[in-house]
Design a binder for this molecule. Structure first.
Ligand code: ZN
Length: 399
């Protein structure tokens, strides 16, 4: 084994590792003293002091007044500076755009949502620019400014962040990352919306307590994000979770993906609104918001439609449970707003069909972040990226 080349590399990795350890310890345990950091991460006080100085210089942490002491001089406490920079997360849906500006702990500072119908790529791009620029303008003065922009899209995204296919938007081979990088000159992340949503729920929402979580994003289409053994599982090329296109009906309706009888043709917002067109209700009440209003007013036909959709959701979820044996299934995105009518038929279907041993210790929940899972998830990707890259660059500069 050649050691000479590896030694420098190892030294670099160890240093980066230690600094990340120290930052993580402070981030998740603020306020904390230098001595507590040293004893908890198992490094000597001198090493911790020098890493803490680096982090103070980078404005990623700050010092505050004295904390509790067991006697003698009270120690100065260290806190994570969540306002050192801000992250923009965008959930780009088929018929809406939701943008959030968050601090480095994922707390929402500003939010903007717009809805639309049947727009071209160029028109959506313009709406996207407007939303990003609104959020940029509302960013408070801070040392690092906006540290990145993340966009969750309802489609297949490859490892280089190219959008290969977004069937419900009619998009093919779109390099949105390059467009945004050129325009805003900050790191850009493009991610499948269900993967981002799963990550958002795992970090900030209903999925915090579990290691094996299946996030079902039920919007115009259906996407699924997989948290397996505590991490986001994206498959070998990033294409996992296209479960909206699993067949649940042989010889079923034709799907834009080329298959027939796909799950999303029966259990999504698009399925719901298509069925609603057949009901005797005003045409301006046939979208999701209108249907929710009618159901709230006790319209039996509309309630039955929601219940049918819940049942179909249960059919697909049952298949997923049999494949992954998760601890938790979270239903998120726009249809989560109809939990009231979807929940019982969904649970009934799962109880009826899932194998009994799969139902032990299984929890089915609706999103805690309401419709914000994806936007918060992509914002969190940028933050993670920023914190690790910022640390790495600083080390490289020192060596
Ligand atoms: Zn399909």
């Amino acid at each position: 084994m050649k050691l000479s080349a590896n030694q420098t590399w190892n030294h670099h990795v160890v240093k980066k590792g230690n600094k990340s350890l120290v930052l993580d310890k402070i981030k998740y345990n603020s306020p904390i003293s230098r001595a507590s950091v040293a004893s908890q991460v198992g490094l000597n006080k001198g090493t911790v002091s020098s890493l803490v100085n680096d982090l103070l210089e980078e404005h990623l942490i700050y010092e505050s007044g004295p904390g509790e002491s067991s006697g003698g001089r009270r120690p100065v406490m260290l806190l994570f500076n969540e306002n050192a920079g801000y992250s923009i997360g965008i959930d780009l849906g088929v018929n809406y755009l939701l943008g959030v500006l968050t601090d480095l702990n994922g707390n929402i500072h500003t939010e903007k949502q717009i809805t639309f119908k049947n727009l071209s790529y160029e028109e959506i791009e313009t709406k996207l620019f407007e939303t990003i620029e609104f959020l940029l303008k509302s960013t408070p003065e801070c040392p690092h400014g906006v540290i990145g922009i993340g966009v969750g899209v309802p489609g297949i995204v490859d490892k280089d962040d190219n959008i290969l296919l977004a069937p419900n938007l009619n998009w093919r081979n779109i390099n949105l990352k390059e467009v945004l990088e050129e325009r805003y000159n900050v790191p850009i992340i493009i991610e499948n919306e269900a993967n981002a949503g799963a990550y958002g729920e795992k970090n900030f929402g209903a999925g915090k307590d579990f290691e094996n979580v299946i996030y079902v994003s039920a919007g115009i289409g259906i996407g699924v994000g997989l948290i397996l053994n505590g991490s986001l599982y994206k498959g070998s090329n990033g294409f996992s979770g296209e479960l909206g296109h699993m067949t649940i009906q042989a010889e079923g309706a034709k799907c834009r993906c080329g298959n027939e009888g796909c799950w999303e043709l029966y259990a999504s917002e698009q399925a719901l609104t298509r069925q609603a067109e057949k009901l005797d209700i005003p045409s301006d009440m046939q979208d999701l918001e209108g249907l929710v209003t009618l159901a709230e007013h006790g319209n039996d036909e509309v309630i039955a439609l929601f219940e049918q959709t819940g049942d179909y959701l249960g059919i697909g979820i049952n298949n997923i449970i049999n494949i992954f044996n998760p601890q938790q299934v979270i239903i998120g995105n726009r249809l989560a707003s109809s939990e009231k009518w979807l929940k019982d038929p969904l649970n009934k279907r799962v109880a009826k069909q899932a194998l009994w041993f799969q139902q032990n210790d299984l929890q089915i929940d609706f999103s805690e972040l309401s419709t914000r899972s994806t936007a918060l998830g992509v914002a969190a990707f940028s933050i993670e990226n920023f914190l690790s890259v910022s640390i790495q660059q600083k080390n490289t500069a020192q060596e």
